[in-house]
Design a protein. Sequence first.
Length: 76
Amino acid sequence: MNLKKSLSFIVDKIKTRKVILNVHPFVASYLKKGLFPVFVKWNFKYRISLKIQAITSYHMLEYHFYDRYNNEIDLD
């Protein structure tokens, strides 16, 4: 998965600090599990506010990033 690379690109190039990540529920639970979840580590590393949303209609490896206004962030 290229979630980390995509997030790094968004922070460096697009310069947005509030990001919503829509993923499959299994991926969302992986990112949110544990005492120090992966998404919290990314929040501190990139100094952003990352919100994880589980979307049941997504395929296992499908993900989309959105800004605070619910506009999809294009990664190309």
